[in-house]
Design a protein around this ligand. Structure first.
Ligand code: 13P
Ligand code: SF4
Length: 403
């Protein structure tokens, strides 16, 4: 049985709106100026605080040159422009994890993204390769909503209600989760998915079990269940703050999909009203959103998919087409810039970067690259065994399912 616990809102969620602006200015400032946003940052040697964007630029270019083929930089689509321009590869979580798995021979992988992505890259690479996250404060507020011990408790509660027989419930975790939760899935016959392959992962799981426990994003889980034709009445919500998730044993027995009560603070900002306004102002507009948006927003949109899906869809669209996008602002403004023959805008008029992705400031990138030049591996992300090997089985199942 679970015991009641005080409701703790993860600090990163409280900080999520720290970089929201109304003037739409995503220009990089010195790290010292950006510290004024009042969020937690990892301490760096003083000299990196005052370097101007131009000095950082020169320093990073020189370091990359000196490090040569020993080092690659991976960049998630939500990284700011002044980081993504240094990425050897950019992509969504799925593409970047496949990329990491294929980097045999590269000694250092600098992951410009968030903590769970760097952990995944470490699990998918050889022990002789080092994965580096430039700023250790770059977490993910959604991933923080599923603490590993809460997830273990949830799993024990659910399986004890269901009698512990194999095939009663399969655990599936979104990539946006700790390595320990991925390990829980690996150990218990489950797998990892991303927004690129959630439907395939669910089909895989339902071919092996009667129910799915999906962590930590209730919205991706609900949207995926609906995509597969499951009625809402077959789904239930597990609250990590209530004994037994707030559910009765009968509710657990009678459900097909148990959704962990987590969400992304960036994507839950999008509303059906914003979709309506976009359609009123721009007749013929196509609305594409990320499946971390609420069910209502996903239903009101024309299409939904991972960040890579959004990039491919807008890039392949005909000149003159108009696109309203429901995802993180750095990606939306890049798409607008890279598709000057189309009209591309964000559904949300307030410019709100993902505050954790935004913590990868060029000063941190320069710091870790100069560390490598001096023979120091700063901010290595290394997942210990057995978590590593158990999480690897859940990730390998995901890679087999494809996307
Ligand atoms: P993608 O896998 O679509 O890149 O999404 C990752 C993420 O964190 C979205 O908020
Ligand atoms: Fe996490 Fe949301 Fe940021 Fe994605 S956009 S990294 S889910 S907080």
């Amino acid at each position: 049985m679970t015991t009641p616990r005080l409701t703790v809102v993860p600090i990163t969620e409280l900080e999520q709106s720290a970089f929201c602006q109304t003037d739409g200015n995503l220009r990089t400032k010195t790290l010292e100026e950006e510290f004024r946003a009042g969020v937690r940052w990892q301490k760096v040697p003083l000299r990196y605080l005052k370097l101007s964007p131009e000095e950082l630029d020169r320093g990073i270019a020189e370091a990359r040159q000196a490090l040569g083929d020993s080092t690659i930089v991976l960049g998630h689509h939500y990284q700011r422009e002044d980081i993504i321009k240094y990425a050897d590869f950019r992509g969504d979580s799925y593409k970047l994890s496949k990329m990491a798995a294929q980097t045999r021979g590269v000694r250092f992988i600098v992951f410009c993204g968030v903590h769970f992505m760097a952990e995944t890259a470490d699990i998918l690479t050889e022990p002789s390769q080092a994965v580096i996250l430039p700023n250790l404060a770059a977490g993910c507020s959604m991933a923080d909503m599923a603490r590993s011990d809460d997830a273990e408790e949830c799993w024990n509660d659910i399986t004890s209600v269901l009698g512990g027989r194999p095939g009663e419930v399969i655990p599936v975790t979104y990539m946006n989760s700790t390595a320990a939760i991925k390990a829980l899935c690996g150990r218990n016959g489950g797998l990892v998915c991303t927004s690129s392959n959630a439907a395939e992962a669910f089909k895989w799981a339902y071919a092996r079990g009667k129910r799915v426990l999906f962590l930590p994003d209730q919205h991706l889980g609900r949207n995926t269940g609906l995509k597969l034709g499951m009625p809402l009445s077959d789904m239930t919500l597990w609250s990590p703050f209530r004994p037994m998730g707030g559910l009765t044993p009968d509710q657990i027995r009678n459900t097909k999909l148990i959704l962990w009560q987590g969400h992304c603070s960036v994507h839950t900002r999008f509303t059906v009203d914003q979709v309506r306004e976009a359609r009123e102002k721009h007749p013929g507009v196509k609305v594409v959103v990320h499946p971390e948006c609420t069910m209502d927003v996903v239903n009101a949109a024309d299409m939904n998919g991972s960040t890579e899906f959004i990039v491919k869809t807008v890039s392949a669209a005909p000149a003159g087409s108009v696109w309203a996008i429901g995802t993180e602002i750095n990606l939306v403004s890049r798409l607008a810039h890279e598709n000057p023959d189309k009209t591309v805008f964000c559904l949300d008029p307030i410019v709100c970067p993902c505050a954790t992705m935004y913590r990868i400031h060029p000063a941190y990138l320069l710091w870790v690259l100069e560390g490598l030049m001096a023979g120091l591996i700063i901010n290595r992300i290394a997942v210990p065994d057995p978590t590593r090997s158990e999480a690897l089985s859940a990730l390998n199942r995901m890679l087999e399912v494809g996307g």
